[in-house]
Design a binder for this molecule. Structure first.
Ligand SMILES: Cc1cc2nc3c(=O)[nH]c(=O)nc-3n(C[C@H](O)[C@H](O)[C@H](O)COP(=O)(O)O)c2cc1C
Length: 342
């Protein structure tokens, strides 16, 4: 669904938190679970602007493809050339029906360095040009997600420059690129950014629970973004949307883990060895059940939905897993649908 300008302001008028972009995790099935539990919005895995513009059948690119009926989903792009970013925005808007577009300025991995990502924190003028180019290519809100800096904190200066260039919202992960994921996110620094710009600032870093998210909101951010803490725990969004802390029992968590696997097959299509559909969930499924280490060995070896069902059987008995099977069909079509067809 295309939402027009003002998407962020509209969503921020409600309580809740945001699902972080996470390469390898924030794909359509995870976004669907987070959205159903009340996430304010979700962000796609980062997508190469060059790949979108120069790639072959990018329209079917699973990184950008929405699940049927997906709304409130921001598409994140990375790149370093204004013309390419502008064209990538046009294509992403036509193909992936985003609610808004986000520029990645935080990814420290070598694949991205030199072509955008956190590298832009060293040359923020380039990032300002990119935001201007993106703004020129769409009516939708354009935002940027930064780290505090490359190796020193220059986040206030960069955020002010981005806002002046037309960013409607800025997300700040409270670490420098050099820190990668070590140490603790610096929320005092995030608070200083929130106080220094007129546009809403979303804070990111180390929020693992609804209680922590509420505490972080006191730093003056417009909303809190949750990444790793939402993997295996979409209920954190329900707690923040409703104000009531959710503590799903092991049966509900197992049902959701199984549903996650069914959504994977529905979205990616059933492949013979589960390479695309179920195997990537090996790293995710145990996170639904940290209190059941006995199930871990089976969960990290799954290839098919049936394997997942078998592994979770002790917790699924009588917990309504069959009703969920119908639910996934209704939302996403039958499992086994061809890639790109759903
Ligand atoms: C596996 C992984 C992949 C990530 N991929 C992206 C990405 O594609 N784009 C981005 O802006 N940030 C990415 N991040 C950073 C997160 O969005 C987030 O800012 C960071 O993990 C801190 O939040 P957390 O402690 O809630 O996970 C990624 C983080 C992780 C752990």
């Amino acid at each position: 669904m295309t939402c027009g300008p003002g998407f962020y302001a509209r969503r921020l008028s409600r309580p809740g938190a945001v699902l972080a972009p996470m390469a390898g995790y924030s794909d359509a099935p995870l976004r669907q679970l987070a959205a159903e539990e009340g996430a304010l919005w979700t962000v796609s895995e980062m997508i190469s602007a060059r790949g979108l513009v120069l790639g072959g059948d990018s329209e079917k690119l699973t990184l950008g493809r929405p699940y049927p009926g997906e709304a409130n989903r921001v598409v994140q792009l990375f790149g370093a050339e204004p013309d390419i970013l502008a064209e990538a925005v046009r294509r992403a808007q036509a193909w992936f029906t985003p609610a808004a577009l986000d520029l990645n300025m935080g990814c420290p991995v070598p694949k991205v360095r030199g072509r955008g990502g956190a590298c832009l924190l060293q040359t923020p003028e380039v990032a300002y040009d990119l935001v201007r180019a993106m703004r020129g290519a769409t009516e939708l809100d354009v935002s940027a997600k930064i780290r505090l800096g490359w190796d020193t904190n220059r986040s206030v200066e960069v955020a002010q420059g981005l806002a002046a260039a037309g960013a409607s919202l800025i997300t700040v992960h409270g670490r420098t690129s050099a820190q990668r994921y070590t140490g603790e996110a610096d929320w005092d620094a995030v608070a200083r950014v929130a106080a220094s710009v007129d546009v809403p600032v979303v804070g990111s870093g180390d929020v693992r629970s609804a209680a922590q998210a509420r505490a972080r909101l006191r730093s003056g951010v417009a909303a809190v973004m949750i990444g790793r803490g939402a993997v295996g725990n979409p209920w954190v969004f329900r707690a923040l949307a409703t104000g009531e802390d959710a503590a799903p029992d092991a049966g509900e968590r197992a049902r959701t883990a199984l549903r996650h696997a069914r959504l994977h097959v529905a979205f990616y299509g059933a492949d013979r060895f589960g390479l695309l559909s179920v195997r990537p969930l090996r790293k995710v499924l145990p996170q639904y059940l940290p209190d059941h280490p006995d199930l871990r060995e089976a969960l990290v070896q799954v290839n098919t939905v049936e394997d997942v069902e078998r592994a979770l059987a002790p917790l699924l008995a009588g917990s309504g897993a069959d009703e969920d099977r119908m639910k996934v069909y209704e939302i996403s079509g039958p499992p086994g649908g061809a890639r790109g067809m759903l």
